[in-house]
Unconditional design. Structure first.
Length: 336
């Protein structure tokens, strides 16, 4: 499954001051992008080979279950079912559908896992036929098959009362990060930085006792620029933005982030939003939700729910940035 936006810089500063003999690292391709793991290995900790095997086993499982880019995945088999069908699904998939349903309900539908037909229509989905600006009639037709409310969990089965199609891309990477961090902890790893397609989580400290530090990327589509540096311990981070995956038509930019209520790309001036949370899954879902809501409604939502969020809005030819109350509590005293 592809994540077009890699939103956090795995900057070289992460390794500054580390003892190369005690800091292990590995990575590789996944979900249409890449993953990386850095961890401090103790005497009883796993070797790189052992850790890599465990991590890639988790990633392969998630791919088999949730990838919309392979016809034999569980999600694609569910998507192919007609309205009124039910299908037994693995517990992790049902867990994520339930999580998404809560986000959708709490945001009046701003977060929705069933926008795959709209993504395909605009040229951003796995089954798209190229970027295009569809007609109002085509959007209305696609919207008829969209809506989180059409899904229901019955025991170990997921059912749909409309021909909806699931897309886990907005939360799968965050979920994967949490799974990997948890598994490494079970193997005896107490300090690690795990990044999967731009979503990440850090636990513990580097070998020299310094914290894991990551860079929040400035919303530029020409190059990667660190806008703000934050320290992490036990926190996950996710950024959503409109500055990497988009197309232009007649001088207008069309973002890959779609508003389920309109069936069209977002059109407000929020360029990017970063969410920090103990759960990388929650951070992943919330960054998408806030991006859809936009600057005013998104900031109000973050304040109402105590979310640590960092907003970057377009102002003229430049940008303005600020953090929510919770974000400032966590990071206002840190140097940039």
């Amino acid at each position: 499954m592809a994540r077009a936006l890699v939103s956090l810089l795995a900057a070289s500063l992460l390794l500054a001051g580390c003892d190369g003999d005690s800091l292990e690292q590995f990575g590789g391709p996944t979900m249409g992008s890449s993953y990386s793991v850095k961890y401090v290995r103790s005497a009883s900790g796993p070797t790189v080979e052992q850790a890599r095997r465990e991590v890639e086993g988790i990633l392969a499982e998630i791919d088999r279950q949730m990838s919309t880019y392979r016809a034999d995945s569980d999600v694609e088999r569910f998507n192919a079912l007609p309205s009124g069908s039910c299908m037994a699904l693995p517990a992790p998939m049902l867990e994520l559908v339930s999580f998404a349903a809560e986000l959708s309900k709490d945001s009046d539908g701003a977060f929705d896992m069933t926008v795959e037909p709209l993504l395909n229509l605009w040229g951003f989905g796995s089954q798209s036929r190229g970027e295009q600006v569809p007609t109002a009639e085509a959007i209305a037709l696609a919207k008829a098959g969209v809506g989180q409310q059409h899904l229901s969990i019955r025991g170990q089965e997921l059912c749909k009362d409309a021909p909806v199609q699931l897309d886990f891309n907005s939360i799968a990477a965050g979920y994967a990060v949490d799974r990997v961090v948890t598994r490494l902890g079970e193997l005896g790893v107490g300090s690690t930085l795990v990044e999967i397609t731009g979503e990440l989580k850090a636990v513990g400290r580097k070998p020299d006792g310094s914290p894991w530090r990551i860079a929040i990327e400035a919303p530029r589509d020409d190059r990667q620029v660190a806008q703000k540096i934050i320290q992490l311990d036990g926190l996950g981070v996710s950024t959503s933005g409109d500055y990497r995956n988009y197309f232009e038509k007649d001088g207008k930019r069309f973002s890959h982030t779609l508003d389920p209520s309109t069936g069209a790309p977002i059109s407000h001036n929020l360029a990017a939003v970063t969410v920090v949370d103990q759960s990388a899954l929650r951070a992943d879902g919330l960054s998408t939700l806030l991006m859809v809501l936009g600057p005013e409604a998104g900031e109000a939502y973050a304040e109402r729910h105590g979310i640590a969020a960092f907003f970057v809005t377009r102002v003229g030819q430049g940008f303005a940035s600020h953090g929510s109350s919770r974000f400032r509590e966590l990071f206002e005293n840190e140097e940039n």
